[in-house]
Design a protein around this ligand. Structure first.
Ligand code: GTP
Ligand code: MG
Length: 440
């Protein structure tokens, strides 16, 4: 099932949504109005290419390609065709086999496609071979995600983190990368978080990496001091897969104005607000969303942003229950939390977008019911009450089902969250009387 798509059409792949220029810093990304160059490249088109692992079923393959198409769209291009090849494992030289490659080549040339996007990371040599064969821009998963991050990053820290990750990705791939495409530079894969396109001279890149690392260290120290200055308040971080509604919840709970949009990675900067529930003030942070196959290198360079999660006292794990793959998304988030050393934190599971959730219809006729059974094994959508019971039994903890958009059950969430915060606060300040705990 395809995710609902945003209709915003970005006429130029090289459009810069965010810049240091304050006249453009307003969070209106996606409108494509902030073009710097009137002569920028035309709307870029992309073919999507995937070699799914054996255990992956058709549903998942489609869902993953939908997600990849959504990423491409978020980066400012349009996916026009999909190529899937079932192989024992991806070809070491060209990711897909010879026959498939010829098929893709014919397509991209016939349709004048601007790039080929791969649902995995490519080795530097695969990248070179593919570029030589297809003669279009080759974009792998890391490069695509980095490109979106570059569009979204606003704060000095986020921009520095993105730029560092981009150069670390590029350095081993610089030889021969897009050399014959020099004139078409720009667009997806080439957006830097600064004013200019990213640099491709090796020596300059090395110097820049060293400089960015130093800069991040300084920024880290400043952030650490700032966090200490926040006092002894309990800290809660919103975590979850990208596009599940974390920022929307932040807006309703924290009455903050945080940029929320139906695009992947709307939030790359961490934002923190002070919230009061049950007479107890605490800090609520919105953070960058997670996604499957998020490269470890990228996670590492987002250390400062992820510190917000690592240092939290409680995590609000937001899940988009209307997404067919929500259970796998929960798993991806849990795995990523483990990877950044935050798996053991107290956690409150919040199922969002219940307004959009449609349970399976149980067919009246017996044979149809049997046929639906097989389908349900991979794609079960039981009634909400049943889901809630299952998760509560599994976690031995309350879980909340809300809609941040239509504001259903938000009082229940406030109450549960308030109770958890009060409990954590009392644990930390056992000698304070409840209700008088202004800990600042
Ligand atoms: N139907 C429905 N849509 C929602 C709900 N909550 C959020 N959305 C929409 O989902 C999309 C993503 O919301 P965001 O709040 O930006 O999601 P996020 O988790 O912050 O996403 P990233 O920052 O990209 O990781 C937006 O279009 C929201 O309007 C909800 O309860 N129901
Ligand atoms: Mg967000």
């Amino acid at each position: 099932m395809a995710k609902s798509k945003s209709n915003s059409w970005n006429p130029s792949g090289s459009t810069r949504h965010y810049s240091t220029d304050t006249t453009q810093a307003h969070a209106s990304a996606g409108t494509g109005k902030s073009r710097l160059h009137a002569t920028a490249v035309e709307q870029e088109t992309a073919v999507l290419i995937s070699v799914p692992p054996r255990r992956q079923n058709e549903h998942q393959t489609t869902e993953y390609l939908d997600e990849l198409a959504f990423l491409v769209e978020t980066a400012g291009a349009t996916a026009t065709e999909r190529f899937v090849q079932r192989l024992e494992k991806p070809d070491i030289r060209t990711y897909v086999g010879e026959g498939k490659l010829a098929e893709i080549k014919a397509y991209v040339h016939h349709h004048n496609t601007s790039m080929a996007v791969f649902d995995d990371d490519l080795t530097p040599s695969q990248l070179r071979n593919l570029e030589a064969e297809l003669k279009v821009k080759i974009v792998d998963r890391s490069l695509l995600i980095l490109d979106i991050f570059a569009l979204r990053a606003k704060s000095a820290t986020a921009r520095t983190q993105v730029e560092l990750a981009q150069y670390q990705y590029l350095l081993p791939r610089l030889t021969g990368l897009w050399t014959h495409l020099d004139k078409q530079r720009g667009g997806v894969g080439m957006k830097g978080p600064g004013e200019t396109e990213i640099e491709t001279d090796r020596r300059i890149v090395r110097d820049r990496i060293a400089f960015l690392k130093e800069k991040l260290e300084t920024l880290d120290k400043q952030a650490h001091t700032q966090r200490k200055a926040r006092g002894g308040l309990i800290r809660v971080a919103l975590v979850g897969y990208t596009n599940v509604g974390k920022s929307t919840l932040m807006n309703t709970l924290g009455k903050a104005e945080v940029f929320a949009e139906n695009k992947l990675f709307a939030t790359v900067d961490a934002t923190t607000r002070k919230v009061v529930l049950e007479n107890t003030p605490f800090l609520l942070s919105d953070t960058v969303g997670f996604i499957r196959k998020l490269p470890t290198k990228l996670i590492e360079s987002f250390k400062s942003t992820l510190d917000e999660i690592r240092e939290a006292d409680l995590l609000l794990h937001v899940v988009d229950i209307s997404h067919p793959g929500f259970e796998e998304q929960i798993q991806v988030v849990n795995d990523t939390l483990a990877e950044i050393g935050a798996a053991e934190k107290p956690l409150l599971l919040v199922f969002n977008k219940i307004d959009q959730y449609r349970p399976d219809e149980i067919p009246a006729d017996h044979f149809a019911a049997e046929a639906a059974e097989e389908e349900r094994e991979t794609n079960a959508r039981p009634p909400l009450a049943q889901l809630q019971a299952t998760y509560m039994a599994k976690l031995h903890d309350p879980v909340v089902f809300v809609s941040a958009q239509s504001r259903e059950n938000l009082d229940e969430l406030r109450q549960l969250l308030g109770q958890r915060v009060v409990a954590l606060h009392q644990q930390r300040y056992p000698y304070e009387t409840a209700g008088t705990n202004e800990a600042e």
